[in-house]
Ligand binder design. Sequence first.
Ligand code: SF4
Length: 248
Amino acid sequence: MAETAALFGKKVLVPKEPKYLGCDLADSITVDDVIAWKRKNERGLVVSYVNTSADVKAVSDYVCTSANCLEVVKALPDVPILLVPDLNLGEYVKLLSGRDIVTWKGTCRVHAGITKDKVLAVSSRYPGAELLIHPECPAARELFGASGVRVASTQGMVKIATSSPSRDFVVATEVGMVDRLKREVPGKNFIPVSEEGVCPFMKLISLDDILASIEGGFYEISLPLGVAERARRAIVRTFELLGIEVRA
Ligand code: SF4
């Protein structure tokens, strides 16, 4: 995420040396993996989830978020698509789009454990609650079409909870998101599917680390020019595909 912000000319600081700031999901796909698939699928297009390295974005054709992944895939021509790196997001989008998608086998250790059985076990204790499920969870496709289920990105969950008449929501995603929902949508109840759904990578950074980084001006993200240019082009191409104006 920090690299993506840096692609657009911002000075971006991260509170720990970048080499220590990975994540299982982002690390599950490499540049060589993407290039090998492209060699075998010359007409194919590669769509990278935003949670990938700048190097992987630089060899991709498009870059999506969990909010717009389905829209991006639907807008592409009828050619084979490699969607990386999240298996569950890929399978969910494949189900909804009906497109010829090859999904990579990476998973997020937090979301991959949130299955239909876990969601139903919690929601059965809160009859009438709406279910908000992040598409990186297998439960998103396992409960596809079920009554009261809304599959949404992080930002999408805030929007749904704000506009819905429901008061109670069972939330299937990283547990920190539940705190954000409580903060941004006061007066409603948010119940996490799993209190153990804590991302160890996000929790690597403390408030003290952030203060030290701001005061010390470290560590600044810096990317090779060629990588930054190609990764930026993949993102801009995605905006153009979706008809979103790109301001210089
Ligand atoms: S929740 Fe953690 S492990 Fe999962 S994708 Fe986000 S940063 Fe990676």
